[in-house]
Design a protein around this ligand. Sequence first.
Ligand code: TXA
Ligand code: MG
Length: 339
Amino acid sequence: MKTNRWQPEDIKEAAEALKAGEVVAFPTETVYGLGADATNESAVRKIFEAKGRPSDNPLIIHVSNVTQMKQFVSSLPEEAEQVIAHFWPGPCTIVLNKKGALAPSVTGGLSTVGIRMPDHSVALNLIEATGVPLAAPSANSSGRPSPTTARHVHDDLDGKISGIIDGGATGVGLESTVLDLTDPQKPTILRPGGISYEELTDVLGTVYIDTHLKDKTHAPKSPGMKYRHYSPDIPVYILPEDKVSAEDVLSKLHTQGETIGLLASDELNEHFGHKADVVFSLGEREVPQQAASRLYDGLRELDRSPATVILAESYKPVGIGLAYMNRLEKAAEWIDRSL
Ligand code: TXA
Ligand code: MG
């Protein structure tokens, strides 16, 4: 299949492709999504096919307004209304009991659905022009780091999808927070993301964090969290926080003949950069939003570089740092880490 390269002014063409049951990648404020008409089963299946995604991992549906959302949830608890009022459009997905004409594959056999309204004009205009909610996972090959530029999408999916709308680099750089409100008394974060735990507790009071995220022996409630995720082809290690141990790790990897790609803040790069072979900047240490927005690009760039391993810096797991560490740990846990 020839993949069209569209600009934001070509939204009509992209919407026509979506109405015809094709899949199209588009920018959101978090990462690029791979969209299909959420009410068209054969279109939604094409998403799973293009990404190589396991079919029991449900997709988020993207709406352009709250009225559209109400067609697909059986009730809207007050907690959901509060989240919507504070954080929509924005990077917070709400999981509620579903109703209506969604394609069965969207929810992977569950009775619930994840919904969000993206904070990006291209995404919102595209949903409006198509007239239906768009089911859209991140537009990467399953298991790879999510795409934050049109080029990342192209690298993974060219020839497998109908088109890509190039809206430049995304802002947040990590995916939305997934918040389960099926039990409104117990709002639970299934995946940390663009809206932080602290922001949610400010609005909702007590917010729970899915036990799987804290303790890996519990089965994950968000089906997507159990698969290989966010990983480049070369191994990723998390750099120990204290500088002496970090130094040891760098020496050890060099002794083992590895070519080291360092993914770290400017501050750390200044300290250790000369001991690495390739360096990618995560920005200022004190601004974790910069690290969040650069993480996936850094993993992909170092993967393409001569580096044979990636050593990545850890950040405090607060604010966006919680999502950053969640993704980094996932990227790293896939490999056997005996440093
Ligand atoms: O920022 C984002 O959320 C991006 C952009 C494109 O919107 N999308 C995204 O989709 O990250 P995806 O498919 O890569 O991740 C969706 C996550 C998965 O972890 C999935 O298991 C979870 O949301 N999810 C979706 N529906 C769910 C449901 N009904 N119950 C529990 N988890 C659900
Ligand atoms: Mg994804």
